[in-house]
Design a binder for this molecule. Structure first.
Ligand SMILES: Cc1cc2nc3c(=O)[nH]c(=O)nc-3n(C[C@H](O)[C@H](O)[C@H](O)COP(=O)(O)OP(=O)(O)OC[C@H]3O[C@@H](n4cnc5c(N)ncnc54)[C@H](O)[C@@H]3O)c2cc1C
Length: 400
């Protein structure tokens, strides 16, 4: 038996013995699951808690991270086997969130030893939940125009300013933020990447309510917030390099989370099943030929995209840092999801536009909300227009 085969049988046996039976067959996505953190409410989730504890102890919550930082230390091909075996059981990921997908990989690449020791093990155990402080009221697409100021004061910075659209800041324990440390330098050259504990005096968070009825993001205010200088990642005024690397991870994560069809809408039966439910079938086929054609095209595109993302994941496990190609994934993955949500609403007809009340079942109400949520897909993580600019310049090499 090869080493990889024995790793597979060992892993399969471990998963059989340790994945709580109630969680099997449920699958999961990078959007739905355990986010962890100090404020996470574990009540009613004993299986999820046990599953995370066991996986974290084995290093399976961050399989490819080094063992010294709470990871599994797995080689890329072993991590792939683990992912396959998890899929075989349809086991949910033990932990999701921006710690694993964004700041963790960034600290591995840019953090110093002390920062890695302090933050990475706590991420793998789901103890700390992170949020992202990039956008500001006057700096979204033009991110480098950000104005949140960090002024040196001894061994601390004093932070003043406002971040906006900070997803889940109201649940987060720490924020990774871009701050301006040199207002006189060229705008990209005066930015520093800083880690800030959300419990520091002067940090306040105000949730923003959306059209979908939920409040997934917030305004985050900093008023004379004192942050130790040792929380600078990489170098002072060199935060733009770190910021761009993290965006590569973010765009790949957003693409994967939405474009795979496993995100919003993916839990409530396949598109085909739902189409048959609403439109009826003839000889086992969807009755309406126009929808049948659109549905087949969407399913093919989703499948092709899923295979591309598998390839990208294999490369990431092998240590490849996502570059400008993550913009292609982001545009395509989010567009596939937006098409999916549009199609679901059209298939459901008037039943797909319910907001509340007895005339709609829970699946139909979720269809409306998921469709509204998907409108943000072409904006979050950098808009589709901005991604197309990146692809034009950095992938295709077109002139400005
Ligand atoms: C669901 C969601 C979650 C988010 N979560 C976070 C988060 O956790 N943390 C965080 O920091 N931010 C977050 N954001 C913010 C997001 O990154 C910004 O909304 C995004 O970068 C766009 O910035 P803006 O909203 O200021 O729009 P603007 O930059 O003002 O853009 C307005 C319009 O102009 C277009 N445009 C701008 N510049 C160009 C150009 N050069 N060429 C062509 N068109 C252009 C844009 O494409 C857009 O259509 C989130 C956003 C959403 C929707």
């Amino acid at each position: 038996m090869s080493d990889l085969e024995s790793f597979r049988s060992e892993t399969r046996a471990w998963l059989e013995a340790n994945c709580p039976p109630a969680l099997r067959g449920k699958g999961g996505s990078e959007l739905e699951g355990v986010w962890g953190g100090r404020k996470w409410d574990w009540s009613g989730l004993p299986d999820q808690k046990r599953w995370l504890e066991r996986c974290a102890e084995r290093g399976f919550s961050a399989p490819t991270w080094p063992r010294a930082y709470g990871g599994g230390g797995l080689a890329p091909e072993q991590a792939k086997v683990l992912a396959e075996e998890m899929r075989r059981l349809k086991a949910p990921p033990p932990l999701i969130g921006f710690g694993l997908t964004m700041i963790g990989p960034t600290l591995l690449a840019f953090g110093n030893e002390e920062q890695k020791q302090e933050h990475l093990p706590r991420i793998t155990r789901g103890e700390i939940r992170w949020c992202q402080g990039y956008s500001e009221p006057g700096a979204g697409s033009d991110l480098a125009g950000l104005q949140t100021r960090a002024t040196g004061d001894g061994d601390h910075y004093v932070i003043n300013g406002t971040k906006v659209w900070t997803s889940y800041a109201n649940y987060a324990d720490w924020i990774f933020a871009l701050v301006r440390t040199d207002p006189n330098a060229k705008k990209q050259e005066g930015i520093t990447f800083l880690l800030i504990d959300m419990d520091t005096p002067g940090v306040s968070v105000r949730p923003i309510k959306l059209i979908s009825g939920s409040s997934p993001f917030c305004e985050t205010h900093f008023e004379n917030v004192r942050v130790p200088k040792k929380n600078v990642v990489h170098k002072v005024n060199a935060g733009w390099t770190v910021a761009k690397a993290l965006l590569g991870h973010e765009r790949t994560m957003v693409a994967e989370a939405f474009g795979s069809g496993g995100g919003a809408g993916g839990k409530r039966g396949t598109l085909g099943e739902r189409a048959k439910h609403h439109l009826g079938s003839e000889n086992g086929r969807l009755a309406d030929p126009v929808f049948r054609d659109q549905l087949a095209q969407l399913e093919m595109d989703t499948r092709a995209f899923g295979l591309t993302m598998q390839r990208a994941k294999d490369a990431a496990r092998a240590g490849h840092q996502p570059g400008a190609e993550s913009s292609i994934f982001k545009v395509y993955g989010t567009e596939v999801n937006m098409r999916r949500q549009e199609l679901l609403v059209r298939i459901a007809g008037p039943q797909g536009l319910g907001w509340e009340g007895p005339g709609f079942d829970p699946e139909e109400l979720a269809t409306t909300r998921d469709w509204l949520r998907s409108r943000g897909n072409s904006i979050e993580g950098g808009t589709s227009e901005v991604q197309r600019n990146v692809i034009a310049k950095r992938v295709l090499g077109l002139p400005d």
